[in-house]
Design a protein around this ligand. Sequence first.
Ligand SMILES: N[C@@H]1[C@@H](O)[C@H](O)[C@@H](COP(=O)(O)O)O[C@@H]1O
Length: 239
Amino acid sequence: MNIIKVKNDAEVGIEAAKIIINKVNTQHNITLGLATGSTPLSTYKNLIKNYQDKKVSFSDVKTFNLDEYKGLDGNHDQSYRYFMDHNFFNHIDIKKENTKVPSGIDTLHPEKYDELIAQNGGIDLQLLGIGINGHIGFNEPGASFDSLTSVVDLTPLTIEANARFFASKNDVPTQAVSMGLKTIMQAKSILLLAIGENKAEAVSHLVNGQISQEWPCTILQNHPNVTIIIDEAAASKLK
Ligand SMILES: N[C@@H]1[C@@H](O)[C@H](O)[C@@H](COP(=O)(O)O)O[C@@H]1O
């Protein structure tokens, strides 16, 4: 695991954008796996700035997002489709039809998302955040390492952590559609970002912990090409 330690959120965004831009500029028709949450916001900001400065184009890039809340359609301002459109896609030259987010409404056959990813040749670079309980995507503690895209239950801790984006805790969906851990592990390379002290415990499990379903992030220790970019606070519990 390649660990890049930087000072703060702003520097995480700069370093992550550099890696993504380098990949997009060297690999034609690249497929990116993308993430939501507050963590990748500084990365998307930097990618938009570099696009505006003509340092990168996304015109032949395809993207697959990790997850979506069950029950929210793309017009809901807390849906991950809305998040991606407003924080990234609407500001770059990507073709909207090349951006995929699992449907939170049509959830009968979530495994079709894996088929779609495979038909596109797989994900070249998967961007990830991390939950305070070590979840990646919405794969909560106990999730099977063999899971593909499916409908998953959110833990009370995750609902609590994400309530800050909703009017009230009761408005947070209790389920989501998420790429599985196996789906994520099939990506050719992985770039995980973590910012802030509340991620320090999860980061220490990710890097030094025993591989176990209790900390879903630990599965990444088995992946041959993982880079993590963390700020000082998120790195504070590393040995
Ligand atoms: N499903 C998302 C994850 O993909 C994200 O990595 C995580 C952390 O979010 P944040 O970056 O806001 O801390 O929580 C959410 O629940």
